[in-house]
Each structure stands twice: as C-alpha cells, then as structure tokens.
Design a protein around this ligand. Structure first.
Ligand code: FAD
Length: 301
C-alpha cells in the first residue's frame, strides 16, 4: 500500500488527539479508527467515522430513554430476533464512513449499491496517480466453464507470464500518454477531464463511502459471498472484520442468519420434508429447474 510519510503522519496526528464524548463508543471501532488496511496491491480501506454500537440497535428497538441495554444476553437475544425477522430499521441507527481506494472496475460494481452516500476523488480537478491493479499470478484464471460470470482454472506457465506482461505494459503506456497529453511543455495541454478517458479500468480511484449498518449488511451479504468477484470480495471480507470489531453482537447474528444461513423456496421446503419422511425425490419430481436443483443439492446433499 503506497501511503506517503505525510499521509501516515496525518493519520497518526488524528489518532493522537482523542476527545471525551457522551456519545456511544465502540472500543473495537476506536482501535480501528483512521488506520489504513491494505487491500489488493495499492488499495486500502479505513474507517473515518462511525455512529452507534450494539447497544444503539437495542436502544432504538426498545425506543428507550436511556442506554436501552439490559443484560448482554438479553441484548444478544433481541439483536438475533431482529435479524431473524428482518426487522431492519434498528440496524439503520448505526452508520459508518469509510475511505476506500480501489480499482475503477471494482468501483463500478461497488457503486451499484445505491443506498450509500459517496464522494469520489475528482479526476477532472486532480491528476490520477500512476497506480494500477496488477493481479497476483494465482488470480489470473481462465473463463469458468460452469459459471458464465466467473473464473475457473488458474493460467499456467507462458500464458500467465504473457498476460501479466501485457497488463503491465498497457498500463505504463496509457499512463505515459496521459502525462504527455496533460503536459504543458510546448503545447496547450489537454484538460484533465478529457485526458483520463484513455486510462484503463485497473487504475485506482478513491472515495468516501458512508452507509448505515442495515445496508452495509446487504452489501456484505452480496459481496463477501463466494459468487462475488475476488477483487471486490476481499474488500468486503476486510469490512467484515471491521464490522465484527464495531458491533460484535450484530455481526455474529448477521454471520449466522445471512452469511451462514440459507433461504429456502416453497419447493425446496417441500422436498426437504419429503426427504425427512424417507422419500427419495428426483429433480424431475421436485418442480425445480436443473440449475435450482444443482444449487439445492450443493447445500443439502
Ligand atoms: C454476484 C453478482 C453479480 C451481479 N451481476 C450483475 C450484472 O451482470 N449486471 C448488472 O447490471 N448488475 C449486476 N449485479 C448488481 C446487482 O444486480 C445489484 O445492482 C447490486 O448488487 C446492488 O444491489 P441492490 O440494488 O440490492 O443494493 P442497493 O442499491 O444498496 O439497494 C438496497 C435495496 O434498496 C432497495 N432499493 C434501492 N434503490 C431502489 C430503487 N430505486 N427502487 C426500488 N428499490 C430500491 C432495494 O430493495 C434494494 O435491494 C451483480 C451483483 C452481484 C452480487
């Protein structure tokens, strides 16, 4: 991760001036605040600010005048109840603001999550850094043969080396041209808002991304999932570790009901009931499509 000594000093300075507060504080999140966590080769994620903790969820659910919390065991039970029954608004009482540095092609997937507030680094105003995501060789994989939207076997030998070389060379060439187009040495210099159009999608951008806990869980449910592309998934996995420190009870409930849980269709419930009664049910009898049946069997055997 390429943070300059000045940027690191800024982060340290922010951490060096704690202030007393009457607001809810999460010890786990305080330990994380402002610190940068590396993701991919030049990416990062860090928490800039947050509001609320596990107790704030309980407090909102009980519409309490005070802290709202009774015993940790009661609080955990209530949070699990809320998660189990999709009672989402108490989770919206907690908010978090991240600073994320990510490749543009990852940002395109991320921005589809509309229920967040975003402010992105302006490449009309500023010059982008010469930083490109170059995958590790073990991430250079062929098109999947079973999933049209994914990757399969890792490329081997010469092909892998050739692809890596092309990625590096194209990134370097397009950034050289970007600089040459912007340059005002002996020419007018193309506007930054135009010169950027020639840059590849693996260049890094940055944004501040603010979201409430309910919508963050929705994002993590989709993007920390094995079906999500690796390059966004590892951001989501880092966020999961942060959220686990911030709101440990809520995260445990989310992990159990959403990440670890399974949703069943009515047909799937009927098949499971018949199986439990000792019946052998085939895909044709199940009423499920082949794809649905395959996914069902992956979970239930
Ligand atoms: C594995 C995977 C593959 C994907 N593949 C593709 C793809 O091929 N092409 C593609 O275009 N996208 C793709 N997506 C993006 C996906 O379709 C969603 O756009 C994205 O995951 C954001 O989800 P969301 O709309 O639920 O989230 P958010 O935008 O955060 O919205 C959260 C919830 O709020 C509600 N909501 C928000 N805005 C509105 C609105 N305007 N109207 C009604 N309800 C609203 C909905 O209930 C929504 O579920 C993919 C996503 C994943 C995880």
């Amino acid at each position: 991760m390429s943070l300059t000594p000045e940027q690191l000093a800024e982060i340290e300075a922010q951490r060096a001036t704690p202030r007393p507060t009457l607001r809810a504080v999460s010890e786990g999140m305080e330990a994380r605040l402002y610190k940068a966590h590396q993701v991919l080769d030049h990416g990062l994620i860090r928490v800039i600010d947050y509001m609320g903790d596990d107790a704030a969820i309980v407090q909102a659910a009980r519409v309490s005048y005070g802290a709202g919390t009774k015993h940790v065991s009661n609080d955990e039970g209530l949070i699990r109840y809320l998660m189990r029954h999709w009672h989402s608004t108490p989770f919206e009482m907690c908010e978090v603001k991240f600073h994320v540095k990510l490749p543009v092609f990852v940002a395109r997937q991320w921005i589809r999550h509309r229920t967040a507030n975003v402010n992105e680094y302006s490449a009309r105003y500023s010059i982008l850094d010469r930083e490109f995501y170059i995958p590790q060789p073990e991430q250079l994989a062929a098109q999947s043969t079973v999933n049209n939207q994914g990757r399969g076997e890792v490329l081997s030998g010469e092909e892998s080396a050739r692809v890596l070389e092309m990625l590096k060379r194209d990134a370097a060439t397009s950034y050289d041209h970007y600089e040459q187009m912007l340059s005002q040495d002996g020419q007018q210099g193309l506007a930054r808002e135009l010169a950027r159009m020639n840059l590849p999608m693996n260049i890094y951008t940055q944004w501040y991304w603010k979201v409430d806990l309910h919508n963050l869980f929705h994002f993590l449910r989709l993007r920390a999932d094995s079906h999500a592309q690796y390059e966004i998934r590892i951001y989501a996995e880092e966020m999961c570790r942060i959220v686990a420190d911030w709101v440990p009870l809520a995260f445990k409930a989310f992990e159990d009901y959403r990440l670890g849980g399974e949703t069943l269709s009515g047909r799937a419930v009927a098949v499971l009931k018949r199986r439990l009664a000792g019946e052998v049910v085939t895909q044709e009898e199940s009423g499920m499509s082949k794809g649905e049946w395959r996914e069902f069997c992956e979970v239930w055997g």
